[in-house]
Design a protein around this ligand. Structure first.
Ligand SMILES: Cc1cc2nc3c(=O)[nH]c(=O)nc-3n(C[C@H](O)[C@H](O)[C@H](O)COP(=O)(O)O)c2cc1C
Length: 229
């Protein structure tokens, strides 16, 4: 009996230790299992999030591209009147050197072209779209975007001022190099009161646009492939 008691007594202290060790090993196994489960969950979540982002991006990118095309078309019709063409302006475009040129056609004949010119104004880049006849005469000029100061440089916007219309019908033939400047610099274009830098930049850009057309006229109006130099 006393031996039994002794046996039990000897076993008793080891029971909690064994239990603890069993728990520890169970926890260790569970912990080891959780790492891959967590990793898999995380991976699945990341994939779901990436798929959602990609779907959102695709939907937005389509919308943005559509909106951009509409904006561009709205500007194109302002620099190339419908009376000079019967084609889809956005469809007939080609790369000439560093820019995209939209061509207006009456039947097979190229009657006009429109393209962008960019210049640094007072506060940042000014993007301009200009339309030119096949002979190099300006049909229209519109500012697509700018960061000029409201009330000063923003008079280049046709919605705020008619100034940008002063380029219409001008060409390198009927306007001399000296005349392509603001009046303050001896040219023919008005400057704005308290804001000479912006109109000066736009005049320079439009003149550069005419020089571009003059240099690449053949590449722009002829039929054939893209022209890159
Ligand atoms: C806050 C601020 C904003 C200005 N924004 C323009 C601007 O958008 N376009 C511009 O041509 N000049 C702007 N100016 C004024 C130019 O400094 C201005 O063209 C110049 O004072 C007059 O140039 P000028 O001496 O060549 O006539 C701004 C000036 C200040 C102080």
């Amino acid at each position: 009996m006393s031996e039994d008691v002794r046996e039990v007594d000897q076993d008793r202290p080891s029971a909690p230790a064994e239990q603890a060790s069993a728990w520890i090993s169970k926890a260790a196994v569970l912990f080891r299992c959780r790492i891959p489960i967590d990793a898999i969950l995380l991976g699945v979540l990341a994939m779901v999030a990436a798929a959602a982002l990609a779907m959102g991006y695709n939907a937005t990118a389509e919308d943005i591209a559509k909106r951009k095309a509409e904006d561009l078309m709205a500007s194109l019709v302002q620099v190339i009147p419908s009376s000079v063409h019967d084609n889809e302006l956005l469809a007939d475009r080609r790369h000439v050197v560093d820019r995209v040129v939209y061509r207006a056609k009456a039947g097979p004949i190229v009657t006009a072209a429109a393209y962008e010119v960019t210049v640094n104004g007072y506060a940042g880049p000014i993007r301009i779209l200009m339309g030119v006849t096949a002979k190099g005469e300006i049909l229209g000029v519109r500012v697509l975007s700018h960061s000029e100061t409201p009330g000063l440089g923003d008079k280049i916007e046709v919605a705020k001022n008619d100034w940008v219309r002063s380029f219409e019908r001008l060409s390198l033939v009927n306007t001399s190099t000296e005349q392509w400047a603001v009046k303050k610099d001896g040219g023919r274009f008005d400057q704005f009161s308290g804001a000479t830098i912006t109109p000066r930049a736009v005049v320079k850009a439009v003149k550069a646009g005419l020089d571009f057309f003059d240099t690449y006229r053949f590449a722009i109006v002829r039929d054939g492939g893209e022209v890159k130099e």
